[in-house]
Design a protein around this ligand. Structure first.
Ligand code: UGA
Length: 429
């Protein structure tokens, strides 16, 4: 099938590449000429495992191309995906101006029947607004359908999640676009949930909020574990064996960050508020998440006493492993707060250092994770990169003035660390 994706961010670019991989012909549109040029020249603006190979292969096969022209994208395809940013506003609500602008542009370029699919995360009822906008701005009487098709990929696992989805959600107003949507997704062999548009939009916010709730729940349990001498990882393992609960997203730590959970929670609280419902449960999820960082900082200051003139080595800057994304990263927040206390920092992240430089200028970036500890008073783990588990602990201990490690992601075995002479502080253990 021929399809166009408007917006080549994490969602748009990976979706476009994966649709091309299964044989569809995909045009990716972006209004940033520099980004389009980079992609046309074979560059990739983000780090995502497997993405570069996928893009290169499909560009060479002639199934994937990039343009700045929405008109061209709309003319060439039957199905148009909207995958533009929906950033938060100061009051927590969502800025939908990019969606509205793209809807107008699609309307202006339409000359035959199109299926317009929203993939961006949007508040419930946005589909109705998109349909109204297209109707209003379409010059001639062209038929179209609006579909809500939220994306559930995780950064760092985006290609994997897109190629093997748990489910595809398709929200429609009429049955007309259903066959085309099923055909589009047929190669992915996933269950397709066809529903009304409002429900599809709600599924996305409800899912992300539930996952965030799961993380805050285990972080609250971690507080209880610390107070009682229990071990949060053992508790999570025992809980997770109940299939109704499941082990995933029960990792206690510095809390959730990134460009989705914090934003989507605020948006969902706001959406509820607009309907007259005070979603206090989710406000508590936010509060617990903020508390996690305060508690961790308290652990550091309780051990180090004064941070002024102390040198700390920080492992991790990205908001989680397998990504270079530092947006709303708990690790960056932690670094900024340590700097504010007067500490100096040596930092390392396997992929996130380039993007971190813009938001974290006054630190020393170290290319080798094993060299981070040199001359430092303590080490801090802020992101759950698997490769940090392979840190040369003997070398780190020799490099540090004192063998102190604050593990904000529970990467090391507490008993082994203590037996090896470390002053080791982690979360909920
Ligand atoms: C999240 C959802 O998992 C995706 O399904 C969704 O499509 C995406 O948001 C989105 O709306 O676009 P993402 O933000 O990429 O994906 O990353 P996650 O893997 O969900 O991690 C989010 C944060 O939670 C990270 O900071 C991570 O460190 C933290 N986390 C995750 C924990 O603290 N504990 C856990 O057990 C799991």
């Amino acid at each position: 099938m021929k399809l166009t994706i408007i917006g080549t961010g994490y969602v748009g670019l990976v979706t476009g590449a994966c649709f091309a991989e299964v044989g569809h012909h995909v045009v990716c549109v972006d209004n940033d000429p520099a980004k389009v040029k980079l992609l046309q020249d074979g560059g990739i603006p983000i780090y995502e495992p497997g993405l570069e190979e996928l893009v290169t292969r499909n560009v060479q096969a002639g199934r994937l191309r990039f343009t700045v022209s929405t008109t061209e994208g709309v003319e060439k395809s039957d199905v148009i995906f909207i995958a533009v940013p929906t950033p938060p506003q100061a009051d927590g609500s969502v800025d939908l101006s990019f969606i509205e602008k793209v809807a107008r542009e699609i309307a202006a370029a339409m000359t035959s029947y199109k299926i317009v699919v929203d993939k961006s995360t949007v508040p419930v009822k946005t589909g109705d607004q998109v349909a109204e906008t297209i109707k209003r701005y379409c010059k001639t009487k062209v038929e179209f359908d609006v579909v809500s098709n939220p994306e559930f990929l995780r950064e760092g696992f985006a290609v994997e999640d897109l190629m093997k989805p748990d489910r595809i959600v398709v929200g429609v107003r009429t049955q007309r676009p259903v066959a085309a949507m099923k055909q589009l997704y047929a190669p992915f062999n996933a269950p397709i949930v066809v529903t009304d548009i409002n429900s599809a939009e709600l599924i996305k916010h409800a899912s992300n909020s539930f996952l965030a709730l799961k993380i805050s729940y285990i972080n609250a349990i971690a507080v209880l574990c610390e107070a009682t001498g229990a071990n949060v990882q053992e508790v999570a393992a025992g809980m997770g064996m109940d299939e109704r609960i499941g082990r995933r997203f029960l990792n206690a730590g510095l809390g959730f960050g990134g460009s989705c959970f914090p934003k989507d929670l605020s948006a969902f609280v706001k959406i509820a508020e607009q309907t007259g419902y005070d979603f206090r449960l989710l406000k508590e999820v936010q509060r617990i998440n903020a508390d996690q960082m305060d508690r961790f900082l308290k652990k550091i200051t309780e051990t180090m006493w004064v941070l002024k003139d102390k040198k700390l080595g920080v492992l991790g800057l990205a908001f989680k492993q397998n990504t270079d994304d530092v947006r709303s990263s708990p690790a960056i927040d932690l670094c900024q707060r340590l700097l504010k206390e007067g500490a100096t920092l040596r930092v390392h992240d396997p992929k996130g250092m380039d993007k971190a430089r813009a938001v974290l200028p006054n630190v020393t970036y170290v290319d080798d994770m094993n060299a981070v500890a040199e001359g430092c008073d303590a080490l801090v783990v802020a992101t759950e990169w698997d490769e940090f588990k392979k840190l040369d602990l003997d070398r780190a201990r020799q490099s540090l003035t004192h063998p102190i490690l604050f593990d904000g992601r529970n990467l090391f075995d507490a008993a082994e660390m203590e037996a090896a002479g470390w002053i080791y502080k982690s979360i909920g253990r």
